[in-house]
Design a protein around this ligand. Structure first.
Ligand code: PEP
Ligand code: MG
Length: 536
């Protein structure tokens, strides 16, 4: 038995089999195989999958960089069909009785060297391409880092770290808990675990050898037990039962108002990442959606989601919410939320970099596609749009001009659109300080305390080492929230909080005193915040 301590980022008890999630392993191992023809068949399947991926990349690139620049992906797909390349891979498997990964890697190296030694510049340049396609096939063959098809039974997932793009692609019904070595409480992976209501620990010394063993995760104390004895197992089974009973008690608050003893009311909404989270929003009786992180639609996809795909997703959310407010935030890619097909440059300071509204204003086609989908979906329910990472009045005016043009374009096409409120997130100190000016331009504010804290305290929210300095109750943050509320109300608009601080029930009373109009929290926190409000 092994008992480890980590930092709990989502409460709850989980008991079950442990699964170690291995990231992409670059080093290819040479192993002997008995059935060479079966190995060749494995190669053929992986190659076809690689060609499919390249075709999808081509489609994405055409939209983003035009046909000429996208052509490289077609060239890559053609290289994979090359007879010499394929003969080489199959010969190595047949002659040496080795695994397909090894045969592809050796072929890739040999061809790359051959191209590099050619005089013609065009062929020289193909050296990197042949290496690239070989790496793609090796990755598919090894199945490493493929978070989509991780397991077919419920598991406690352990990993060194998990990127939001990996977490979001996992099948929630098979996840009992997450335990990671790295990560921080406000990283998007931690936020996702709270949205999914999955117990999660960070900063835990996990080991790959735990794979397959039975584990217990206590998301209240931060304990991770590997291979527990019978007595401990029984103790935790009892604890889990009590926990389930407590949850059932909270359910009695369903249908009740969010009202204090003195009669002050507040809206309690839920944060979601995709339409799949709606069941939990309804089960926990949220009054609306206060933050739909639309970028998760992009993270789940291998290419840019089309206008039609986005329209269907937004329509489904507003229709399911049946007239309740649904605040959809436009794309907030960048920083820890990376997507391969955006081809974002490596940055020294990604949190201060090319992200969110900065991408949308620099690449208006991406922005316009999303806005068209949003406005079209607005005809089907109470849809509200919110823009992230704002720092200036100029940005807000530029956004409004684009939004107006998109609406006019849709109307000219005879497309019906609803009455859409447009607001901004206050998640930079600049926006908070300028909130008196910004309030005159928009319909509402939603305070993103996760980023507001990161930028105000100069604490990288991804850095686990800074956890002890990350005082989420820092007076500077509370002053900024109070100031934003006052400025919003002076201009006659409402303000909410959609960062994780909104669910901190030790602050509920203070938020009510400040006049916060709405708190948007993970679906599983809705009823505990309602309880806190009713006890104020
Ligand atoms: C925030 O910054 O508080 C927020 C809600 O946005 P995100 O956590 O997605 O950055
Ligand atoms: Mg943010």
């Amino acid at each position: 038995m092994n008992e480890l301590m980590g930092k709990a980022v989502c409460g709850g008890i989980a008991i079950g089999k442990i699964k170690y999630f291995a990231k992409k392993e670059n080093k290819v191992q040479r192993t002997s195989v008995q059935d060479k023809e079966q190995e060749i068949a494995r190669y053929e399947t992986a190659k076809n999958k690689a060609i499919e991926e390249l075709n999808a990349l081509y489609e994405t690139a055409v939209v983003k960089v035009g046909e000429d620049n996208a052509e490289i992906f077609n060239v890559h797909a053609m290289m994979l069909e090359d007879e010499d390349y394929n003969d080489s891979v199959k010969n190595i498997i047949r002659m040496q009785s080795v695994n397909a990964e090894y045969a592809v890697a050796v072929t890739g190296d040999n061809f790359a060297e051959m191209f590099a030694n050619m005089d013609d510049d065009y062929f020289k340049a193909r050296s990197a391409d042949v290496k690239d396609i070989s790496e793609r096939v090796v990755r598919i063959l090894s199945g490493a880092g493929d978070s989509k098809h991780l397991t077919d039974e419920p598991v406690i997932l352990i990993a060194d770290d998990l990127a939001p793009s990996e977490t979001v692609q996992m099948d929630k019904s098979f996840l009992l808990a997450f335990v990671t070595r790295y990560g921080s409480s406000n990283s998007h992976t931690a936020i996702l675990s709270r949205t999914m209501a999955i117990p999660a620990l960070i900063g835990t010394e996990i080991d790959p050898s735990y794979d397959g063993k039975i584990g217990i995760v206590d998301g209240f104390t931060g304990t991770f037990i590997v291979d527990p004895d019978m007595e401990l197992l029984e103790t935790y089974m009892e604890k889990k039962k009590q926990e389930d009973e407590k949850k059932a008690l909270l359910l009695e608050l369903k249908g009740k108002e969010n009202v204090t003893k003195s009669g002050q009311k507040i809206n309690i909404y839920a944060n979601i990442g995709n339409p799949g989270d709606l069941a939990s929003v309804l089960a926990n009786d949220a009054g609306g959606i206060g933050l739909f992180r639309s970028e998760f639609l992009y993270l789940e996809s291998d290419t840019f989601p089309t206008e039609e795909q986005q329209f269907e997703a937004y329509k489904k959310v507003v229709e399911t919410m049946g007239g309740k407010k649904v605040i959809i935030r436009t794309l907030d890619i960048g920083a820890d939320k990376q997507v391969d097909y955006f081809n974002l440059d490596h940055e020294e300071n990604p949190a201060l970099g090319y992200r969110a509204i900065r991408i949308c204003l620099s690449e208006p086609e991406i922005f316009r596609t999303q806005l068209r989908a949003l406005f079209r979906a607005s005809a089907y329910g109470n849809l509200t749009i919110m823009y992230p990472m704002i720092i200036s009045l100029e940005e807000v005016r530029e956004i409004k001009a684009i939004s107006k043009a998109v609406r006019e374009e849709l109307m000219a096409e005879g497309i019906r659109i609803g009455d859409v409120e447009e607001g901004i997130m206050i998640e930079t100190p600049a926006a908070a300080i300028m909130s008196d000016v910004l309030a005159k331009e928009v319909d509402f504010f939603s305070i993103g305390t996760n980023d507001l804290t990161q930028y105000t305290l100069a604490i990288d929210r991804q850095n686990a080492k800074l956890e002890r300095f990350n005082n989420t109750h820092h007076p500077a943050i509370l002053r900024l929230i109070k100031m934003v509320c006052e400025n919003a109300h002076a201009a006659g608009i409402w303000t909410g909080i959609c960062g994780e601080l909104g669910a901190d029930t030790s602050l509920t009373e203070e938020f009510l005193r400040m006049g916060v109009d709405e708190l948007s929290v993970s679906p599983s926190a809705v009823l505990s915040v309602r309880k806190a409000v009713r006890e104020c």
